[in-house]
Design a protein around this ligand. Structure first.
Ligand SMILES: [Zn+2]
Length: 234
């Protein structure tokens, strides 16, 4: 019965993800045809200095929507569709990345937590599967291995919770960076007033992809729990 819910969840997330991807692509493409008053690079310089942030450089990163802020390198990477581009999408994306730099500069608690969890999240995600599978093998291999197998599975599940926590923290961090971008956009002349709400729509759609990551992480956690519970059925 629970397995049934897992498949319903998986299909729902797949459909949702498909809709969000299409909507984001369409919005980003339309926004790329709307001219802004400033280039993305000018926006980065202006937004950073407005918040008293100096020493961060801008670099070009090949690819589409691969923009990111690297606190380690002190760089904001802008992708092909953003770097030096004078479009609504480019400005929205660049301002969002600056939003992360501001979070970092202000030492925002939840941003710090995300940075702290980031390296562990990937490792825990992979490792948890091996541990849960090992637990299942233990449970099936010997008659008395059931309890030990169950405990091993629990260790794997606890590890995966670190990954889940990372996605849980990521969503508000991303939404907050977009809100900061939008606020600064409203206080400036980077884009025409009538285009601002559309810039926010692009940022909203980009943020939805993190909601999907969180949902699929919750589903993975559910699946690992189902796998653990299967060791008790025999
Ligand atoms: Zn972001």
């Amino acid at each position: 019965m629970e397995g049934y819910w897992y498949y319903i969840g998986a299909i729902a997330i797949m459909v949702w993800s498909f809709i969000v991807q299409i909507s984001l692509k369409a919005k980003a493409a339309k926004g790329s045809e709307i001219a802004s008053n400033k280039t993305a690079n000018e926006v980065v310089e202006e937004m950073l200095s407005r918040h008293g942030i100096y020493g961060i450089t801008i670099d070009h990163k090949p690819g589409e929507l691969s923009d990111c802020y690297s606190p380690k390198e002190g760089k904001i990477y802008l992708s092909d569709t953003t770097y030096n581009k004078r479009t609504l999408t480019a400005v929205a994306v660049a301002a969002h990345e600056c939003g992360h730099a501001v979070q970092d500069h202000e030492n925002m608690g939840i941003y710090r937590l995300r940075q702290f969890l980031a390296p562990a999240a990937g490792v825990c995600s992979n490792l948890s599967w091996y541990i849960v599978l090992a637990g299942i093998l233990f449970a099936y291999a010997s008659e008395r291995g059931g309890e030990l197998g169950f405990t091993i599975c629990n260790i794997g599940i606890i590890l995966y919770m670190v990954t889940f926590l990372f996605f849980l923290v990521m969503l508000p961090v991303e939404r907050n960076a977009s809100r900061r971008a939008y606020k600064d956009m409203k206080d400036s002349n980077w884009v025409a007033e009538e285009d601002r709400s559309y810039a926010y729509k692009i940022l909203r759609a980009a943020g939805d992809t993190y909601a999907i990551s969180l949902a699929s992480s919750a589903l993975t956690l559910f699946r690992l729990i189902l796998m653990r519970n299967s060791t008790r059925r025999n």
